[in-house]
Design a protein around this ligand. Sequence first.
Ligand SMILES: Nc1ncnc2c1ncn2[C@@H]1O[C@H](COP(=O)(O)OP(=O)(O)OP(=O)(O)O)[C@@H](O)[C@H]1O
Length: 921
Amino acid sequence: MKSADTNKKPIRTHGSLGPAPVVDTPLMKQYYQLKQQHPGAVLLFRVGDFYETFGEDAVTASRILDITLTKRGAGTSSETPLAGFPHHALDNYLPKLVRAGQRVAICDQLEDPKMAKGLVKRGITELVTPGVSLHDNVLERKSNNYLCAVHFGKQEAGISFLDISTGEFLVAQGTIEYLGKLLQNFQPAEVLFCKKSRAEFEGHFGPDYCHFALDEWVFGFDYGHDTLTRHFRTTSLKGFGIDGLREGITAAGCILHYLAETKHTDVGHIGSIGRLEEDKYVWLDRFTVRNLELVHAQHPGGVPLIDILDQTVTPMGARLLRKWVVLPLKEPAQIQRRLDTVEALLQTPELLENLLQHLRQINDLERLISKVAVRRINPRELLQLARALEAIGPIRAELAASGIKALQKLADQLNPCQALREEIRAKVREDAPILTNQGGVLNDGVDQELDELRAMAFSGKDYLFQLQQRAIQETGISSLKVAYNKVFGYYLEVTNAHKDKVPASWIRKQTLVNAERYITEELKTYEEKILHAEERLFVIEQNIYNDLVLFAAEYVAQIQQNARAIGVADCLASFAATARQHRYVKPTVDDSTLLDIRAGRHPVIERQLPPGEQYIPNDIRLDQDEQQIVVITGPNMAGKSALLRQTALIVLLAQIGSFVPADAAHIGVIDKIFTRVGASDNLSKGESTFMVEMTETASILNNLSDRSLVLMDEIGRGTSTYDGISIAWAIVEHLHNWPKARAKTLFATHYHELNQLADDCPRVRNYNVAVKEADGRILFLRKLREGGSEHSFGIHVARMAGMPTSVVLRANEIMHHLEQERASAGVDTDGATEFDEVLAGLDVAPAPVATPEAARPGPRAQPAAAVHSAPRPSLQLSMFEPADPALERIRELLESLDVNTLTPIEALLKLNELKLATRSK
Ligand SMILES: Nc1ncnc2c1ncn2[C@@H]1O[C@H](COP(=O)(O)OP(=O)(O)OP(=O)(O)O)[C@@H](O)[C@H]1O
């Protein structure tokens, strides 16, 4: 990047520093020059033993790090805020800044200040950003830390993820929904996009992602392709199976560009790039991932599925499990292999125990080898690497002898890398320090010169001790001591009380309050010898250590393969451990379209219940021919949502290869799980959100297949009753009548009116979650039983929640009144209710499938005119009052609709339009 001409005018930084102070010294001139290289980053500027921040950076740093904010040049034209911390505290403070979402540029002194002529040379040595970090304090052991890049193409969009701490590099291309799902699944720490795409990105995915916008030229396909092929040293990307992904390649190229920008150039551990194939995994839309709380809880204090499931003992296993959970499989054979292995592990408890015990020794093999690749591994970590490799041998032996095919295959992938292990053990001292430049890293006998220098340094120190003893004897000053500091080197220190006994040949060097410090010729000579030996010794150690790291770097690919195999073994062992501990059973997973769960339980809720309370299991059966859609009614708190979610979670667990919380489960593979929850914070967020959601719902509903599972929970709750029921009704009808697919559906509602759907739609069945009323109170039985419910129990729940008795009594009175009114006014001669009329008038559903049931009187059997001809004293829809001209317009709009060609979703959108029109009148 070009820096401004700094000779003539005062340097001004880019926006973030605000009005820049006048540059008054060469040091500040140097600072602003460096600051301009990464204007958006907090610059930690090394001055002596401190990292300093200036201007806005200082304000930010002091707020995040809770360090003192002072002023530099207070009261002068160059006054600027200042905050700093000692350089050795970097490991402590840097992660705090990065975790707070800051990008941090570290500027170091590039030469020894003692040697520098004039201003010390400084430069940015690293740019640490939330998505590009190798610091243990920034990274979470159990999750990946992804950097992501998004590129919007003309037809499709591309996306790429990289975890630099593990070397995992992924790419995908597809629709905006697919990208949204991947973002939700991978939860990147930082997203890169093109400057001009900011609005597009935020429009689709919201403003909450920590992001960085790059120049447009970075997002060229040719540039991306070249960057990738140069990195992988290949001529094409065919070998990775990604050559057709134009937008994806562009995004991936942008990631590598960013690594270079942030000075991450040693990235040999990024040895491959994998494609995230949309077809391979169950489609979980982003609401489903969030709503099922797979990896993150929706509310503070909530427990996500992963916390219940995760019994892994290695970080590789924990990270892989998080991926398995959000990417369930669709191929029955692949699922079966995992299930069979878990079963085999359960049948051989001794193998499971041994495996877990050895796995516990493994540590974070994957991140350790990445540190080797980027040359940032310290001696203690290298020892950890050796220890991890030592555990590989026994694991390989256990797996190979297991007699379980899948585990034997894993054993074949493991390699204890004996030569590397032995080399580390032979060279690195067991008690090696973290730093490599202060000695004590290598064993004796590793290098002859090193041994000789060590002997000299140590004997020199012995000599100094003898010198001290001699001086004490000669002068009679028993408190005399030999000491060392960086400025004067070795010196003799004598307290003031004895200074008259000091020989004349001693040279005074420093006067303290209570003592004098001296040097002698002899002391100087020995000091030089010792320091020289030490300096040389440190250099030799450093060189040998660097060579050892280079040697280890040759094992990167092999150790990454070990790490992957260990991750798989750990996940499977974790499934077995969970199944054993919590009574999970092996599901049957096949190509059928049946979903039959016997005595299923919610894996999370059952573990959260207070002691003594039992989770009540329930059966759920869905198929294509008889029971495609189950409408579940029941009062608030009955357990409807729990039932929906447990069904999805059981399917999901089965398809990631885990046993399931049930007595038995038969699962014909599901290809998509689609969830909509009509929570008030969802549908009622605002019209625009509502529209976006409806449009998305539309596109997803139209893409469902016979293998899809749809969960609708209180759809329409966030809007008015009529809207809510209409939308819910239309969606169920669509799902039932859509000729292209019969998606299995669970529909929870407390609109008991929806029970009428079963009259028209032969594959819709009514169920309810049982409750018992006794003495005006309600007892939740949590049992699903066939049949609809007659009324909702909101008032009882209000009582349970501690509502004042007077309010509860009054509510009861009003309810009875309304029920009576409704009974006398809302039922016409055919038995259709007021609500039926409204639906009939709008006719939002497509023509029913021709079945005998469809001929029965029901909502759609009513002609549109019925809306006006039937008496409606109590449930007036004022928008149909003819007197109002604005409403006339709405009527015209309605009449202009061709209901025979209108799709259900177009109808929903029209409904919304009408709603807006009524509001604007
Ligand atoms: N089968 C069950 N066994 C034991 N407890 C259960 C069961 N199902 C649900 N519960 C408990 O009941 C609570 C309420 O359940 P849930 O949220 O599913 O009710 P709901 O019918 O969806 O209510 P609402 O209509 O208010 O959303 C849950 O938080 C859970 O603690």
